[in-house]
Write a protein that binds this ligand. Structure first.
Ligand code: UDP
Ligand code: MG
Length: 331
């Protein structure tokens, strides 16, 4: 079935595909990425393409290279942030600005091979609204990264109220209705892949081998990875709260047993002075459980605080290559 261009695209007769590429300190790869993605675009004969690079406050030469590329090629558009707002926010800014009938999210480091997008487009033509890349193999990443990612995706899936596909990153194609639904979601803690699962629509996976980074280092150090994992779990599940209630109840039952035992010892035996060890264990155990539960509560309350502040999600320093009117930050 041929894809119909949307009404927004009245000047171009072909449907428009927007590619969104978040970049943070990618000076070592960006030129190669631009080359590969432009090569991909020339292969797409039955589609118009636009490339939206989102510079997430890079401190190196990434932005300068993107600017130079945007001046040479009117397909290339650049959004640059005033500082590093994070990968998920960068993707969101791209989604806000994209005009395409379909939008593809792809990393700047060539770990997601642009060739796979052809298969995604086939699925789009077949009537799917979301086509996500599932990593069947990950090469060139440390055993720790592979293992922790595996555990994370399984844990997230267990805890989350909506099923979130396993081993699936943000590399995906989404049609305009999906993009509009995402734009209507105002939440501050963005966990894009979970949000895409949540909106529903007809979704399908395309397996691919995740290549190793073309150059440079991962921009996700352990600290950012942990933050990302907590965001994912807490934004998509209230199960940690239920688990903390369960833990609290368990501790309370054990404590009740202890209390009955202590009273029994006091009333019916002479050895009631002893039991310091048991007392310490009980206090430490209860204290620990309480602290964990308060911590979990705190994480949720922190998120509520973030939401009620209603700050914009990102601040744009400059839009480059966008014709006539600038995109609207709908967040
Ligand atoms: N990225 C970003 N902002 C950040 C961190 C990463 O825009 O704060 C971009 C980065 O340039 C890359 C993508 O997000 O295009 C994925 O990051 P990376 O490859 O470092 O993550 P990994 O593949 O190691 O999980
Ligand atoms: Mg990467």
């Amino acid at each position: 079935m041929p894809i119909q261009p949307s009404k927004q695209q009245n000047d171009a007769s072909l449907p428009l595909l927007s590619l969104i590429i978040p970049c943070y300190n990618e000076e070592l790869v960006i030129l190669e990425t631009i080359r590969k993605i432009k090569a991909f675009c020339t292969e797409c004969v039955d589609l118009e393409t636009e490339l939206i690079f989102v510079d997430d406050g890079s401190e190196d030469n990434t932005l300068a290279q993107l600017r130079a590329a945007a001046i040479k090629d009117r397909k290339i558009k650049v959004i640059s942030f005033t500082r590093n707002f994070g990968h998920q926010v960068a993707v969101t800014a791209g989604i806000d600005a994209a005009k395409g009938d379909a939008v593809v999210l792809i990393d700047a480091d060539l770990q997601d091979p642009p060739d796979v997008i052809h298969q995604m487009i086939e699925k789009w033509k077949a009537g799917y609204d979301v086509v996500y890349g599932t990593r069947s193999r990950r090469s060139g990443e440390s055993a720790f990264k592979r293992y922790s990612a595996q555990v994370f995706y399984r844990l997230l899936n267990k805890l989350s109220d909506v099923p979130i596909p396993l081993d699936t990153g943000d590399f995906r194609l989404m049609t305009r209705p999906v993009v509009e639904s995402l734009k209507a979601m105002p939440e501050r803690d963005r966990f894009v892949r979970g949000m895409v699962s949540w909106v529903g629509f007809k979704q399908i996976a395309v397996p691919y081998n995740r290549a190793k980074r073309f150059a440079g280092e991962s921009k996700y150090p352990l600290r950012k990875m942990l933050r990302f994992a907590t965001d994912g779990i807490l934004s998509f599940s209230t199960k940690p709260l239920q688990i903390s209630i369960g833990l609290g109840m368990l501790a309370a039952c054990i404590a009740l047993g202890g209390i009955i035992y202590a009273i029994g010892m006091r009333l019916f035996t002479d050895t009631w002075v002893e039991g310091w060890t048991a007392l310490m264990i009980a206090i430490l155990f209860l204290g620990g459980v309480q602290l964990i539960c308060v911590g979990i509560l705190g994480e949720y309350i922190g998120r509520i605080y973030n939401e009620v502040k209603q700050r914009p999600l990102y601040i744009v320093k400059e839009y480059l290559g966008f014709s006539n009117e600038e995109p609207v930050n709908s967040h």
